[in-house]
Design a protein around this ligand. Sequence first.
Ligand SMILES: N[C@@H]1[C@@H](O)[C@H](O)[C@@H](COP(=O)(O)O)O[C@@H]1O
Length: 275
Amino acid sequence: MRLVIRKDYDAVSYHVAKYVLERIKEFAPTESKPFVLGLPTGSSPIGVYRNLVKFHQAGELSFRHIITFNMDEYVGLPRDHPESYHTFMWNNLFRYIDIPPENVNILDGNAVDLDLECQLYEEKIAAVGGIELFLGGIGPDGHIAFNEPGSSLSSRTRVKTLAYETIVANARFFDNDITKVPNLALTVGVGTIIDAREVCIIITGAHKALALAKCIEEGMNHMWTVSAIQVHPRGMIVCDEDATLELHVKTVNYFKSIEKVHEQLLGAHNIATQE
Ligand SMILES: N[C@@H]1[C@@H](O)[C@H](O)[C@@H](COP(=O)(O)O)O[C@@H]1O
């Protein structure tokens, strides 16, 4: 697993967006060989999306042959509700890029049969050959997508009850009123994420420092579901300095030294100096 540490949120956002750009360019997607990208919501990826939009506007990145799968969606929130993940994705990314709407996949939290909706989502991911790169964020309790503490680390897409901590954390989007926050969601499973050929997790802010420490300095644990990244063959966490506050100095120095060598080998000097 790689841990890439950048100064702050903006530097993390630029680094991840640039990484996505390079991966897509390298893959060279076509109509018959689309690039399948997994996407999160929340405040963590907003800066990444802004940069991706800039790359698109500068003519450096097209989404015509990209298929996306979002991680999760609230149950029972109207699709056009300002806080639905459908609305979030259109307002923060899709409306500014050239992705064909039929290439966008977001779970339908209003489906009549929610279990069937989840099963079909898994089948659709498999039908397009699996996810090439899954981007993710985490909650302060180390949950990935809506895989709350105690979720099976081999879970698949399913209906999930939200933890109280998540409801409280997300109340900021619902007039700070926890009664307005849906208490159920549809979410890809930890297993669904780990099946992606590559996973990249964004972790920023001191409030996520404990989760980062649990994720990388301790063993894989269902109480910190993002820790499943430890068994992924191509896992990367990109975090800011604030998120490293609970890590041992030795851990930080170790990963920084590895990245230094990595950047030298890849000749990534240009990327580093732009950040
Ligand atoms: N289901 C989402 C997660 O996918 C997201 O990672 C988390 C963190 O959000 P933020 O990035 O705003 O901290 O919020 C929600 O719980």
